[in-house]
Structure formats: structure tokens, C-alpha cells
Design a protein around this ligand. Sequence first.
Ligand code: URA
Length: 434
Amino acid sequence: MNTTELIRKKRNNEALTKEEILYLVNNFTKNKIPDYQFSAFLMSVYFNGMNKEETSALTEAMLYSGKVLNLDSIPGVKIDKHSTGGVGDKTSLILAPIVACAGVKVPMISGRGLGHSGGTLDKLESIPGFRTDLSITEYKKVLKKVGAVLIGQTKEVAPADKLIYALRDVTATVESIPLITGSIMSKKLAEGIDGLVLDVKTGNGAFMQKEKDAVALADSLIQTAKIFNKKVIGFVTDMNQPLGNYIGNWLEVYESIQVLRDAKKNDLTELSLILSGAMIYLGKKANSLEEGIETAIKILSSGKAFDKFVKIVEEQNGKTDFVLHPEKYPKAKYKEVIKSKASGYLSEVNTYELGMVGIDLGAGRKTKDDKIDPKAGIIFNYKIGDTINKGAVLAEIFSDSKTGIENAKKRISLAINISTSKPKKVKLIKKVFT
Ligand code: URA
């Protein structure tokens, strides 16, 4: 096959065959197609898209670029959840122990922060000692023993995605439905799961800001999961404000502890219970989504999910002392509060900007090699529609950088709007695909 001819074919908006896609992915992964040619191919996919057959061929080629894990030796149905990312989204930390308590196995291979959005691995690694780099043997051992395990992508799992993703990141080709589908599904299918719950975010803090694009992405992910014979439930959920109140790595672990141990109730709790319910249902431990949610509520209020969370931390080498006594965690050098200058209702939040401010405070990376400060972040106290009195503490900010704090204070004040008329409450769940 001729790479230039295949690029031309896609550029002219013709569909590629399965063999042609396999040739491109395999040869790029083996370093036989240079970056400049694969970039041109990616850009032609960005502009012309791919049909269902091409998307599934791309996913298959990426999936078999590495190992597909076999978890048959571990009893039980294995179900994972994937979120397309946002600000304050820490549901994995809450739902993994809940679902494991229900008797469903949760093998999770998660990612790091990407752009303005946080990543589960960075959050978990804020717990001193927590290892996200388990070998496949260790991964299976923890899963069998505890019922849930959370690790990062290994060299063996979907290596094509790692290479393609790095190129997409610097060629402005991330926001493409077939490319996102191939990337997410190749990693998830390689985990050895029986089913998957998808949380596709929409709103000003999501990669797919428009609801119609999020629905199209959910549809593509679901179609692909079905082609590979996986059970799947998809949700399109709101990301027009941070999920929960805490943004930043240790802060997000701390808020998860508040939900798991202290019965904190907010939109984070609600979404975690719904996603847990869907996983419990797919894992055959409930006869309907509603029954799954009921089971999740009971497990959460019994305190068993918190015990399971502590067990996961222990098995993955984390210091449980900090999870059992979060008040002992080291504090950021500087803390500031932002007070409201007016009374009214919180009507708008620039969620993307809050994510970016979090990065500037030290909670994320600006370059690939940046070090994260686990203590840095924001506690944002209000939800859209809440009444705010003049002088009320809107947000608390934490950082080791004094200038970072000063800049954050200005930017957060500009990122929110307080109106005199009451806005409509935000609908958390926009769409469900069962
Ligand atoms: N998450 C992924 O893993 N891949 C994408 O392309 C986008 C989000």
C-alpha cells in the first residue's frame, strides 16, 4: 500500500477499508510512517470524519497494537467507567469502592490530567506512596483480592494510542469523534472488561461543549462498544460548573473521603451513585438501573465503601493514615478567600477558566514534564442557582506560589457571574442511553 495514496483518499472524503486503516496504524506504531504523514492523515480524519466501519477498524487496529488483558481467571463480571473529563470530576474514586462492595469487579486503567481537565492518576498519586504503575500481575492480584484496582496505561496496553495521542495533542486534532472513540475504546477494550459505563460531559468545562456533539460522541462510543460485544450504558452529563466543590488533586481525594465517610451530599454524590448503579446493573447485581442505584445508596450509607477505599489505598501501597486522618495532610503555604462583592444568585461559571486557574496554582501541568503540587487547588463553595449574600466566601484558594494566588483571585472573580434574577437549576443528567 502507498501511504500518500491513503492520505489522498481520506482527504477526498472517501472511506478507507479495514486493511488500509490497519496498514496506517501498524506502520505508524512501528515507526515506519513518519509523523508528518500520519499528521496529514489525522487532519484529514479531523475534517472528513469516519463512518461506523472505519471507526471500528481504527479501534481494532489500535486495540491489537498491544496486549488485550485476559481476566478470565478472576471470578465475577468486570465493569469499568469512563468519563470524557472535566473539572472536579472525581467520581472514579467514589464509585470504584461502591461497585466493588456490590460484588462487581472494577478494573480501571485511568489517565492523567489533560488540558484544563484533571486526571484520576494524578489525584490518586497525591496520596503518599500510592502506586499507579502496578505490573499486570499485580493489577490482577489486587483486583482479585479487593474487587477494584486503579492503574495507569502500561507500555503493553494500546501503545498505538500513546503515540497517536501525543501527535494529536500537538497537531490540533484532539476534538475528532472517530479519533476520540478509537483512543478511549482501544484502552478500555484492552482492560479485559465485560461492560462499560460512559459519562460524556457537555458544557463550558467539557471537551465537547455543545450538547449535540456530546450526544454524537456518546453514540459513537456506544456503537463501537456494541460491535466489540461489550455491554454498555451511556450518560451525557453537565459540566457547566465544577463537579462537587473541590478542584485539585489532594483536595479531590479529600472531597471523595467526605462523600464516602461523612455522607456529604451534592452533585458529585448524585452522579457517583447513578454511575455506580449503572455499573452494578451491568455487572448483574441488580435487575434494573434504578435497583442498581438503590444498592449503591445502601452501600454508601453503610460505610462499607469507605472501608473498601482504604483497602484499595493499602493494597496499592498508599499511606492509609492520610486517608483515615485527612487533617494530617501537609497544607499549602498560602491560602486566600474570595468574598462576594454583591448579593444575588450564582448564574454562570466559566468552568474551563477554573480548571486553568487550578493549573496555574500548581494542580496541573503546563508542559509534559511539569511536577504537580498535590496541595494546590480551589474550593468553590456554590452551585448555579444558589443564593449568595454580599461578603460570603465564594471560594478558597491554595498554593505554594504567592503570585499564583494573587492571579487566581482576580481570575476566579471574573470567571463567575452573580445575577439578581434566579437562574434555572442546572440539569445534571442530560441524556441516558441504555
Ligand atoms: N480521552 C482519551 O483517552 N482520548 C481522547 O482522545 C480524548 C479523551
